[in-house]
Ligand binder design. Sequence first.
Ligand SMILES: Cc1cc2nc3c(=O)[nH]c(=O)nc-3n(C[C@H](O)[C@H](O)[C@H](O)COP(=O)(O)OP(=O)(O)OC[C@H]3O[C@@H](n4cnc5c(N)ncnc54)[C@H](O)[C@@H]3O)c2cc1C
Length: 400
Amino acid sequence: MSSADEILILGASFAGVEVVYQLVRAFDGRPPPIVVVDRQESHGYLPLVQERLCGVLDPEASKLRTRAFIESVPGARFVRGEVEAFDAASKTVTLADGSRLTGRFVVVALGSGFDAPAVIDGAQHVLAYKGEAAFDEALGALEGALDGAQEPVDVVVVGGGISGCELAGELAALSGQRPAGWAAPRVRLVAGASALVEGLGARISAKAQRALERQGVTVELSTRLSAVRDGEADVLREGALHTVPAAVVLWAGGIQPASVLARLGLPQTRTGWLAVGPTLQCFVDASMTRPDIFACGDAVRICGGEGQWDTMQRAIECIWQAQVVASNLRTLHAEPADYPEGVPPLRPHTLREEFFYGLSLGARSLVVYRGFGLDVPGVNHRFRRWLMRQYFARYSPLPG
Ligand SMILES: Cc1cc2nc3c(=O)[nH]c(=O)nc-3n(C[C@H](O)[C@H](O)[C@H](O)COP(=O)(O)OP(=O)(O)OC[C@H]3O[C@@H](n4cnc5c(N)ncnc54)[C@H](O)[C@@H]3O)c2cc1C
């Protein structure tokens, strides 16, 4: 068991790794001992996952070496493991191998799941691609189907949100450039909603649909995946089942709370996310006697003021939240662990309601702000690669 002085961070993706980065800044390069736990030592760059899957980006070269960065921070260590349970009273986490870690401060950044719901018959054949293991499986299936194919290969993407549209667009773009030996797939995008990228407004929905259809994507709205078998899938539309060809089925139908969140004994929302206050603390009891447990990133919903805050669940949100967590940890760390003078006031998170979106649609590319979209071919691809390079540079190992 580690010393109770440490800051224990569970999860090392966008939120967890940024908390480490912000702690280094908040403590002028000498943070208190930090332990970070994650099942993955490296993280494929999710905003360009569609390019990684379609062979446009080298999967190895587009991975963050998370462990190497964390271990370069003075006094920090990385533990590769599967978080199984958490005891809030003793601030102790239990890993799948039975080992335990405890910290004076705990930050939960265990994110979201991205899997097809089990109600789909044959859900195990629907490939998600968020974690590294799932990504490798999806890439293997795509390669297996497209490499050397003589007949048209049908790929079904499920989900009409940003991720589904971007993946369908990138798959469609394989009709132009593609890895040597690959055939171009026939792409079908199946969306449960009555419009694509609904949250971005009707104008953008229509633009996105037009852009995808012009590149040969079959878009099926108000349609739900019902079953997947070898080489075909059933979809439900207007109350009737239709069978469609499907060599590969890829899931982009939305995120759900990571399964482990339910086993942490921390307050949850009705839909299973961790409920935190605006200071990003998990208030384990109503009297707020345990100020040392924080959570941030996709795993949380902020409950305060007029109810649940509509945060973005995007990489930029992780950065903003990590800044708040690190600043609050610094404030608390300056106090004795039992807070004899009471818990000092902490900094609340600021809700940002508007931010621009980049929407890559194969050969097309929309920059979206407040319901308006500028169609600038290629701009997202170039800009997001630049962002990826900034991201990797931000977390490059500190000089020893
Ligand atoms: C397909 C896709 C595309 C996206 N594209 C964009 C984009 O273009 N721009 C953008 O801003 N955002 C994008 N997002 C959203 C962005 O990726 C998330 O907001 C971000 O990943 C959230 O980071 P997080 O650290 O909170 O959680 P996650 O990224 O979910 O990370 C959780 C971490 O916890 C670990 N973990 C979970 N459970 C356990 C356990 N039991 N034991 C050990 N480790 C565990 C995981 O290995 C992972 O490292 C995209 C998301 C998806 C799914």
